[in-house]
Design a protein around this ligand. Structure first.
Ligand code: C2E
Ligand code: MG
Ligand code: MG
Length: 532
């Protein structure tokens, strides 16, 4: 006998099953052993209970929870079996959902730390068996916090989802990408015959992330710092490998952003070194360990020096001269750039005035502004103060802003540049060509000069593509009334080509390396008087 629920669950009517063997419900999912043990407990204990997969009439396989009891008459003779079951497919589904919830990050649907540990453990066991390598990549987005703060958290969330999607394109199915929280992600590459493969994937990850992300109709730029540890060389268990990849990531960050770094044993020592770099940066501000160097910018037509760029230097008491690429990202992160940048601005203006007072013909002085300075509200006031304190005519001050930092905060930057220009200063776009802006986009900004990035100048004239690129930057720039400076000019051949394509000015080792104020003064003597 069967009841209505049986018909409803299995799809078989009473007529179809009466008199037949329950075996018609078999799903084929269980082996003979399964049924054998079921029957043996039925004969021995008179009862069986468990989860079993059956097949509905429409062919669908489903899980059910089933109890079977034997029924005996007064004389102890077996007469019937009674089976009670319930369809547990929904329960199973929510169990799976629960499992998924407990093991995945709800925002990106990537595995979380719990699942990461399990998967990494498994990869290590496999690698041990097959004598292969496993790479652990610890990834931290460099500027995520800024984007989150400026565009809002829902955009930040959306960005993380887009990042997760792009990262998934870089790996094989058997690899794992997990989100540990915030903007920290870990990639596990299992089964590597060659550990160098980790580097290839790392580059691809950085490459993919460097393409702009579209958020609310705006292009947003990201970069990531990545630390890599390898099994078995850098550790044999999950905890050590993760810890070492994390330390390597910090190294990558301290060397500037958008880099990667392999873990190496001396890293632990160096990581604490970089910590002390940060503390000594605080000290450097108090002890005034900074100074400026100056590099001339030369007219390609007349050969005259028409300006100088002020470049920041840090004389560390023990480590010696620390290049700006090393400490400026650090200062941007911890906010010290506000103080250091203000100092550079003031000192540069004072120096320009000092040269003028010494009887040299006046020329413009260019000061670099970092992204964070541009974003903070008081930059316009800082510039005003610096000019006033030095009594320098604003027309001699130029502010260099990198292309990417302008693009990253387009709306805000446009207003700031307008305000700076109203004061009377000029604006140059630094490292032009390395970002993703178009020249037509630049029309929206008050800009006077473009500095073609060194990377495009390097292979001129051998690389025809670079020559063509430089030529079109010059042509388009001129059509927007911008003057063009080529950065990093090192050879006479570069100079000649740049002159022939109409570039206005050059800056680079060919004419002079950055030097101290007095070194510069000796170059400046023959200068003809320049109009503002
Ligand atoms: P940048 O503004 O693009 O400066 C040009 C960099 O190229 C300088 O490096 C300069 O020494 C180097 N350079 C000049 N000519 C040549 C050449 O012919 N060949 C080669 N290989 N290199 C050349 P430096 O001084 O290390 O500065 C690096 C970056 O640090 C600057 O790039 C700028 O973005 C930043 N920076 C420097 N001073 C300051 C500052 O006062 N404030 C801020 N916010 N950033 C600064
Ligand atoms: Mg510059
Ligand atoms: Mg530059």
């Amino acid at each position: 006998a069967v009841n209505r629920a049986f018909t409803k669950i299995t799809g078989y009517s009473e007529n179809e099953v009466l008199g037949r063997n329950p075996g018609i419900l078999k799903s084929g999912r269980h082996d003979r052993e399964f049924y054998k043990s079921m029957w043996s407990s039925l004969t021995q204990d008179g009862e069986w209970q468990g989860e079993i997969w059956d097949r509905r009439k429409n062919g669908e396989v489903f899980p059910k929870w089933q109890t079977i009891s034997s029924v005996r008459d007064n004389s102890g003779c077996l007469t019937h079996y009674v089976s009670v079951f319930s369809d547990i497919s929904q329960l199973k589904e929510s169990e799976e959902k629960l499992y998924h919830l407990a093991h995945h990050d709800s925002l990106t649907a990537l595995p979380n730390r719990l699942l990461l540990n399990a998967r990494l453990e498994l990869s290590l066991q496999q690698a041990h068996r097959d004598s292969t390598h496993v790479a652990v990549l610890f990834l931290d987005l460099d500027n995520f916090k800024k984007i989150n703060d400026s565009l809002g958290h829902s955009s930040g969330d959306r960005l993380l989802q887009l990042v997760a999607r792009r990262l998934l394109l870089c790996i094989r199915e058997e690899d794992t990408i997990a989100r540990l929280g915030g903007d920290e992600l870990v990639i596990v590459l299992g089964h590597l015959d060659d550990a160098r493969h980790a580097e290839t994937i790392t580059r691809e990850v950085q490459d993919r992330l460097s393409k702009p992300f579209e958020l609310e109709g705006q292009d947003v730029f990201l970069s990531a710092s990545i630390g890599i540890s390898l099994y078995p060389g850098d550790g044999r268990d999950t905890t050590t490998l993760l810890k070492n990849a994390d330390a390597a990531m910090y190294m990558a960050k301290s060397e500037g952003r958008n880099g990667y770094h392999f873990y190496s044993r001396d890293l632990t020592a160096r990581a604490s070194n970089s910590l002390s770099l940060e503390t000594s940066l605080y000290r450097a501000v108090e002890r005034e360990e900074f100074f400026l160097q100056f590099q001339p910018q030369v007219s390609l037509q007349s050969g005259d020096i028409v300006g100088v760029e002020a470049l920041l230097r840090w004389q560390h008491p023990e480590a010696g001269l620390v290049p700006p690429a090393r400490f400026i990202p650090l200062a941007e992160d911890n906010g010290l750039i506000a103080v250091i940048g203000k100092w550079a601005l003031r000192t540069a203006c004072m120096q320009a005035k000092a040269w003028q007072n010494a009887g040299l013909a006046p020329f413009r002085i260019a000061v670099n502004l970092s992204e964070r300075q541009l974003r903070q509200g008081n930059i316009v006031q800082d510039v005003r103060d610096a000019l006033e304190d030095a009594a320098l005519d604003p027309c001699y001050l130029e502010l260099e802003i990198t292309e990417t930092s302008v693009m990253k905060q387009a709306e805000h930057a446009a207003k700031t540049l307008d305000a700076l220009r109203e004061i009377g200063a000029t604006i140059a776009i630094d490292d032009f060509g390395t970002g993703f802006s178009s020249l037509s986009y630049l029309k929206r900004f008050s800009v006077d000069r473009l500095k073609i990035d060194r990377s495009f100048v390097r292979d001129i004239p051998q690389d025809a593509n670079d020559v063509a690129l430089a030529r079109s930057i010059v042509a388009l720039g001129h059509s927007l009334n911008l003057s063009i400076v080529a950065e990093g000019v090192e050879t006479q051949a570069q100079r000649e080509t740049l002159t022939s394509i109409g570039c206005d000015e050059m800056q680079g080792f060919l004419y002079s390396k950055p030097g101290t104020a007095s070194e510069l003064a000796s170059l400046l003597k023959p200068l003809a008087r320049q109009a503002c």
